[in-house]
Design a protein. Sequence first.
Length: 505
Amino acid sequence: MPLRVVCDPEERQTIVAEFHNGVVGGHRGVKGTYKKIRRLYWWEGQYKDVERYCMACEECQKRALVIYKEPLHPSYPTRPGEKVHIDLVKMPRGVGNMNYVVNIRDDFTGFVDGRPIRSKAAKEVKNFVSEYLSRYGCVSKIVMDRGAEFLADEVQSVFRRVGARVSIATAYHPKSNSPVERGHQTLIASLSKWCKGKDSDWPRYFRYAIWADNVTVQASTGYPPYTLWFGRHCPLPIEFHVDSWTTVDWAEEMSREELLAARTRQIAYGLEDNLMTAADRLAVERDKGKERLEKNVRIRKERVSVGDMVLLYDAALERTWTGKLANRCMGPYRVVEALDWGAYMIAELDGSKWKDPVAGARLKLFRPRPAPALSLTSPKGKGKTMMEDGAPLRQFETGESSKKRKRIEKRKVKGLALGREKRWLFVLKRARWRVRVRRTGGSTPFSGQRQEKKRIVPRPKSRRKRKVKKHLLSPRTHNKLKHKTIERRRGRPLRAITLKLVRFV
């Protein structure tokens, strides 16, 4: 292996920055950057220095896709109507101009009810909610997302009137409303099999899909949702063709008083036993699901606490095709409050607090770089590297004069002091004055800032016009040739002047 240069402490950060941020770096990971450096240089603790620098790179942190999951926070309801979830899903336009489905699903029993609607207007949602509450009774808590149709005052007034507590899920986090979100897939799968390619017929089979879902035994509770919701078995059409225990004539085997007493005991004690058994099974299944998920996914090891700097994952990029080069995370922000169920309140670095909470699964801890990556002046003078704001390192030759180096350094300091927008306005303003000087002659307001040699912009050579018989050309070809001639006469000299000036400035 060839000999490697032992670097001084003041040169190490410069080398790491060049191999990570520079033109040969490409913002590679820790191992890729380290392997490029160790072939040329060596110092003690080299890998840790490279790891510390790469992990604190702001561009890499915003672009990285690794998002750690928050631990699950399952709920343990014990009775029907204790907690329900409402949601709306878009469907193909069907019979009766129906285009959406709104449904409510109980968190404990899994009992679901819904209706097709024409639009997701607040009035449609209000009518369904009023019908649901008048048919099944009031609920203690209802969970919904941040759709405008749910947050409308006419819908919220219905919940306030019946005394239901409203819980609004965080944005871009459908797991907060998972019982009803997962139920959409089951209903849509049933409808697609009944429609058999005729998508517009789905409203005709919607009630059948709801019925089938409510009489199917749930794996989490061991009972059909209908049985736990109403406290009795749902009569099925097949039972009236083939007898079952629900259709046996009990009056032939016992007296009416005995039958009523037995039925009363069955309703009074059997329902309570079923609810207790279902609640125990539901708690066990949800604990198993929590362990299974935390075993197979990356769970955040470092807890997010108040005062931490974090990045927020931009979940809106998942629904667009134009954000391939955009940063996947926004920020940094600061955590100001930790809420229940893994939600947080964040604020800008200037203290401006966000209005709505965000899900902890969208947050990622931000590692700030304590000191600037490089200074504007090189450590030892000749043959060293200097770094501009956000630009790759520039290598100065040994023979460059000190005046030129000071002039370039002064321009860099002035460029860093100005903002990005002001810097570009400054450049464009100078370019316009240069064009005016080239045309009219004279001095510019910037002539005292820097002495520059006058550059003579050569005029384009006149081209000999080709004689074309116009009667042989179509009108479209004639206009095309005419526009090209105008572009040669007017556009090209001005464009050449502007490009030269922008490069020079």
